[in-house]
Write a protein that binds this ligand. Sequence first.
Ligand code: HEC
Ligand code: HEC
Length: 207
Amino acid sequence: MRFGIFLLAGLIAADDASAAGETIVIDPPAEGSVSVAQGLEAWGRIFEVTSHPRCSNCHTGPSDRPMWSGPSYGRTRVHGMNIQAGESRMGIEHLQCSTCHTTKDTDWDNANAKPHSAPRVAMDWALAPPEAHWFGQSSEQICAQLRDPSLNGDRDMLELAEHLDHDLILHWAWTPGGGREPAPYDLQSHVNDLLEWGTAGMPCPQD
Ligand code: HEC
Ligand code: HEC
């Protein structure tokens, strides 16, 4: 049976509808309709996204250091200014991420237009949990993590897709501004790929 859940991305920050962008449709393919080969193709695209600097700069695993990488940075390095996320992953023990990655703006459409300023969204900026380790990891490693509920925040396919919709940081990753190159494809395609991969049984290249 096909079903769709329509979620308005702006709901968690009512005054931020313009920055949150479009409405995402979560509409998984019918059970049994996606082959393992198609699932693996979808995984290939998911890997391109998850390993992209706009995502992996924050998914640094056991390290509590965010990364500055991607063409707009010129070279790959750890976040300048000795930034440490600490166990809180928000820098509470040191200097909070939100000191610079602020959540306040009157003009969200242009908030990230200036090159080399700290990216901002209307939700608290934080480093991803250590288990969600993507920076410098292989397709096999990221795939194994993302399909394992004990490592992915106890999420099934639908919950992963919903997380993508709710997370304003992800909306930023596809429209980063400031000369940063966006994550590949677009948010809706990424959600569709995730649902296709999930319907195929979350196959990984190493299976
Ligand atoms: C500013 C830092 C930051 C960036 C950039 C970022 N993430 Fe995350 N990500 C997080 C945090 C924090 C969590 C934990 C949130 C939670 O569990 O509710 C998370 C969790 C996730 C999860 C939940 C599953 C898991 O394994 O923990 C997914 C899926 C995810 N991110 C996808 C992405 C994708 C795709 C991109 C790029 C388009 C991205 N993230 C970019 C910080 C970031
Ligand atoms: C003192 C200010 C400051 C603090 C505090 C800070 N950042 Fe940043 N951050 C910046 C600036 C400025 C940039 C952009 C640098 C550039 O583009 O050259 C940046 C960029 C980033 C990027 C790269 C985004 C991308 O892909 O282009 C990530 C990831 C990041 N910060 C994560 C964090 C996390 C996580 C914390 C808290 C643990 C944090 N930052 C704390 C100032 C700060």
